[in-house]
Ligand binder design. Structure first.
Ligand code: GLU
Length: 325
């Protein structure tokens, strides 16, 4: 990692460390301000494999290990942008129980990109484990799935500019944890295939890290006292805490202590070598920041009157915020 990048990270960590969720008990009606390009397809549990993006190596060029992909042309030709989003990670990606539509912070970014392209948005539910393979095999065009940019992942896929910043924290019984030492010998649930597993093994070497398939399952185990805490990105934990606060049986029983152990920058995932699509996405993200659209989406899902109020801090989408430059 370059020195300048390291400095950016430290600066971000300091800014981010000031953020802490204060959970409001006032649910709000979420009214997307992004004009939906078209009705998005209903959520599906099992991603259906569509044809991979056209891969056409130029005849007069030597064959290289990264095939030529032109997802931008393929999206325009088929008239649809297929995005991998989460189904059980509010407020990033969830399925509205009444409308059965995908919704969330990540979903709104996809809707804006689709609108900009003049195509429909279609959503496939992905998990932390299968999201990168589904992008790589062409089942989806883009990943908007609470995906942290990491050096390991950039070996497999490309990332857009960071469009969200958060950090690892814990969801635990109220008053149980005030310092990391108290996790000694405790069971901490995480999401399988997420950065949480790796971060927790590093910062809590004497705790038992227990991977779950998704967050709701981990939270159920927490309520049943099978584990002592759930660890993942603060913004995802805020979504789970909101659900616990909404339920009179669990209201006030859980909290997110002020123990932040990492900084996570989320990027949209794009296939490697997909240069013009990556440029389009990055240009659009900068445009969204400059027009105030990105902030409006943040306010909708994380603002003061939202279900998961957290502060954006000093974060803005900029081409300079990338841990992998
Ligand atoms: N942002 C983290 C990751 O990309 C954790 C969220 C998750 O995917 O479960 O791994």
């Amino acid at each position: 990692m370059k020195r300048t990048t390291l400095l950016i990270f430290i600066a971000l960590a300091l800014v981010g460390a000031a953020c802490g969720p204060t959970i409001s008990d006032k649910p709000v009606v979420v009214t997307p301000t992004v004009d939906k390009p078209v009705a998005s397809a209903p959520a599906v549990d099992t991603p259906t494999v569509s044809k991979p993006a056209v891969v056409t190596p130029a005849e007069d060029k030597p064959v290289v290990s990264t095939p030529t992909v032109n997802t931008l042309a393929s999206i325009k030709a088929k008239g649809v942008l297929v995005a991998g989003v989460r189904g059980t990670a509010p407020p990033f990606g969830t399925v509205n129980p009444n409308t059965k539509m995908n919704e969330g912070y990540d979903v709104d970014f996809v809707l804006y990109l689709a609108k900009k392209l003049g195509v429909k948005a279609e959503f496939r539910i992905v998990t932390a484990v299968n999201r990168i393979p589904l992008l790589m095999d062409g089942s989806i065009d883009i990943l908007a799935a609470a995906l942290t940019i990491t050096p390991e992942r950039t070996q497999q896929i490309d990332f857009s500019h960071a469009y969200f910043m958060t950090g690892k924290k814990f969801l635990a019984p109220t008053g149980m944890f005030k310092s990391l030492i108290e996790f000694n010998g405790k069971k901490v649930g995480t999401s399988r295939g997420s950065t949480s597993e790796r971060v927790m093994v590093a910062v809590l070497p004497t705790a038992e890290i227990v991977p779950f398939d998704d967050y709701p399952k981990a939270v159920v185990a927490l309520q049943q006292k099978k584990i002592h805490a759930v660890a993942t990105d603060e913004a995802i934990l805020a979504g789970q805490l909101y659900l616990l606060e909404k339920n009179p049986a669990t209201r006030g029983k859980f909290e997110i202590p002020d123990l932040r152990v990492s900084t996570e920058l989320y990027g949209l995932g794009i296939r490697k070598g997909d240069t013009n699509f990556l440029e389009f996405v990055n240009k659009t993200l900068i445009e969204m920041e400059e027009s105030g659209e990105a902030k409006a989406i943040f306010q909708r899902w994380f603002g003061r009157n939202s279900e998961c109020p957290i502060r954006r801090g000093g974060f803005t989408i900029t081409k300079n915020v990338s841990p992998t430059e």
